[in-house]
Design a binder for this molecule. Structure first.
Ligand code: SF4
Length: 218
């Protein structure tokens, strides 16, 4: 089984509680205006990798402590078979190793459509943040990009972990963005408030650093 992945990173601390593994799917058919992850839109065959390699990597980095796994994109539900196989593998790992991490998934599809078309996949998640990103709505809630996006626990584990965060304000977290450097590439992880990325670009320019090919402007 192949899975198209834009990137994977550990530790991620701005997309769900605790120290997490982040996996960004490659490919998104939704194209929300104002999306900051436009580099994930193309269904790029060059980004495909064997699923077992991704899961092996998760097991390796997760040995350092993993509170949760966040699936984002791109659009995870645009690869339903790969998403299902990944979730099965993560469940196997969690139960065989006696771990307690939760699985949180973002989707730009409406909750109603996900319930109609992907109910078996939803059963494998602990929590879901659905609905398209709406650039004209404010970033108001923790871990959500725009005000229309709810946080929905989908399992007993999800209820337990996410109950206190359902209405948490965006500024309740200690930080919104993680910036990671990979060679001459700069990764921004998290959900920027309106103006955050322009401010980042301006501050970089003041220090003589020019940001080319910014994913929020492609
Ligand atoms: S915000 Fe998410 S769902 Fe919307 S276009 Fe960007 S990657 Fe796709």
């Amino acid at each position: 089984m192949l899975i198209a992945i834009n990137k994977a990173h550990y530790p991620v601390t701005v997309l769900g509680p605790g120290q997490r593994i982040g996996i960004w799917f490659q490919g998104c058919r939704i194209h929300c205006p104002g999306c900051v992850s436009q580099d994930t839109w193309a269904a790029d065959p060059g980004k495909r990798m064997p699923l077992h390699e991704l899961v092996d990597w998760c097991r390796r980095v997760g040995a350092n402590g993993c509170d949760g796994i966040t699936l984002s994109g791109g659009e995870p539900f645009d690869q339903p078979q790969a998403l299902g196989a990944l979730l099965d593998a993560l469940h196997d790992w969690r139960s065989s190793a006696g771990l307690e991490f939760d699985i949180l998934c973002y989707s730009g599809y409406p909750l109603k459509r996900l319930r109609e078309r992907h109910a078996p996949l939803l059963k494998k998640l602990d929590a879901l943040i659905p609905e398209p990103y709406v650039d004209t709505l404010p970033l108001s809630h923790l871990w959500r990009g725009s005000q229309n996006q709810p946080l929905i626990p989908l399992s007993a584990r999800g209820e337990r972990i996410y109950h206190d965060y359902l209405d948490a304000a965006a500024d309740q977290g200690s930080k919104r963005l993680q910036i990671e450097v990979d060679g001459n590439r700069l990764w921004s992880i998290g959900l920027p408030a309106r103006g955050d990325l322009a401010a980042l670009e301006a501050q970089a320019a003041e220090r003589g650093l020019r940001l080319d090919h910014a994913s929020w402007k492609s």
